[in-house]
Design a binder for this molecule. Structure first.
Ligand SMILES: [Zn+2]
Length: 199
């Protein structure tokens, strides 16, 4: 970056890799970090490194996890008869925040997108089928985003789950079209979850 000391330019370039952070925001963040005490920057760097090194995918649902099983899959109080299918682990906190869902999750790891080169083989669907075949699942709730990719993903997953004979529902009624689960407010998402329909 022109006009900046080399390490600042590198910091700005690194921050720009984050979603939603352009040149202007990256520059603002970099200058903020440089004005704060060195310990604060060290703690931030450590937190990023630790999280990246210690967090992996849950073997069962694909959620972020420190061990083989994430806290939700390991929680005996969760309803094992319901599996809510989401595109990304980042969608989970939004659904948890509604306080209306007590079941388990399944993280697909993306959504179908020919444009971005994401096909059926890139989604974690085989493990979902295994989980349903293991028994005890009553309902699979498709909570993919109400945009084009999310809809295509819901249709694809439904095609695979339907023959397995469990109840199949879809949220998103009442969600603004084209929106993303992650950024939907709790009340709207809660309503969408409660008014889910057969799919
Ligand atoms: Zn899990």
């Amino acid at each position: 970056v022109a006009g900046f000391a080399e390490p600042i330019g590198r910091l700005i370039d690194a921050l720009k890799l984050l979603p939603g952070i352009g040149q202007k925001s990256a520059t603002r963040l970099a200058f903020h970090i440089l004005k704060r005490p060195p310990e604060e920057a060290a703690a931030l760097a450590r937190a990023i490194q630790d999280a990246r090194a210690r967090v992996r995918d849950c073997d069962v649902c694909g959620n972020f996890s420190e061990g083989e099983m994430c806290p939700i899959c390991a929680d005996e109080r969760r309803d094992r008869g319901a599996i809510c299918v989401v595109e990304e682990a980042a969608n989970l906190p939004a659904i948890e925040r509604t306080g209306l869902y007590q079941g388990l999750y399944h993280v697909l790891g993306g959504s179908l997108s020919p444009l971005r080169g994401v096909g059926p083989e890139d989604l974690r669907v085989g493990r979902l089928v295994e989980r349903i075949r293991e028994g005890g699942v009553r309902e699979v709730i498709l909570a993919t985003s109400p945009n084009v990719e999310g809809e295509a993903t819901a249709v694809f997953v439904a095609g695979i789950v339907r023959p397995l004979g469990v109840r199949l529902t879809r949220i998103a009624q009442g969600l603004p079209v084209g929106s993303e689960i992650e950024f939907t407010d709790d009340m709207t998402l809660g309503k969408a979850l409660e008014s889910r329909r057969e799919f």
